[in-house]
Design a protein around this ligand. Structure first.
Ligand SMILES: [Zn+2]
Ligand SMILES: [Zn+2]
Length: 213
């Protein structure tokens, strides 16, 4: 098996977790043996999030998508943002807030769960009022956490350990963009994302009655 950051291998990772006997949980109860908390921080692309969400639903997997209200790259308040949020709910996924410090204003769109975007160590694990911080105890512990940040696994791809049930429980942070857009490294993946984004934006311009002839 090739541990690429591709949608194919993401599907294999989910299958590995099922083979290892894991249950797909959310941030609403103390993690127990056999729980896999799939967390998706959506930093850049709602399109990538939706494609991953559809694949998970086909595999009968649920996860939690953390969406930004202050993203530089997408507008959650736009019709496109509302459609994405509704579709994630329809597919049965949780939706939390991917917040930019210090603003963690939850509204009715979100479950009571927050993941900070690019947090500093001094507030990263601090408990919040009225919401779960995904990096606080008992949802986070170093041995029960893996992340694909910047298209690099610090401890290797976790699919083997998952298939053998080696984690007591796991919070697995997956950034959809890294798996949906092709690229051997973060820079290549980001360039393919920007190419796709250009095509998408041309369509949006046409929809907005801009003359592109
Ligand atoms: Zn792998
Ligand atoms: Zn982020």
């Amino acid at each position: 098996m090739n541990c690429s950051f591709s949608i194919e291998h993401y599907g294999e990772l989910l299958e590995a977790a099922k083979a290892g006997g894991y249950r797909f949980g959310h941030f609403d109860a103390v993690p127990e043996r056999g729980d896999l908390l799939l967390r998706h921080d959506v930093d850049l692309s709602l399109d990538a999030a939706l494609r991953m969400a559809e694949l998970e639903a086909e595999a009968e997997v649920t996860s939690t998508y953390f969406l930004m209200t202050q993203s530089v790259f997408y507008n959650l308040a736009s019709p496109e943002g509302t459609r994405a949020l509704n579709r994630l709910r329809e597919l049965g996924h949780g939706v939390g807030l991917h917040a930019v410090w210090p603003g963690a204003e939850l509204d009715e769109r979100f479950d009571a769960v927050v993941a900070w975007h690019n947090p500093d160590p001094d507030y990263m694990s601090e408990p919040l009022n009225g919401a779960v911080n995904v990096m606080q105890s008992p949802f986070f512990a170093p041995d029960n956490y893996r992340s694909d940040s910047n298209q690099r696994w610090r401890h290797g791809c976790p699919h083997h350990e998952l298939s053998r049930g080696e984690f007591e429980w796991l919070q697995l942070l997956i950034h959809p963009e890294i798996w949906i857009y092709p690229g051997e490294s973060m820079v290549g993946t980001m360039k393919s994302m920007l190419d796709a984004e250009r095509d998408r934006r041309l369509e949006l311009l046409a929809e907005d009655r801009i003359d592109l002839s």
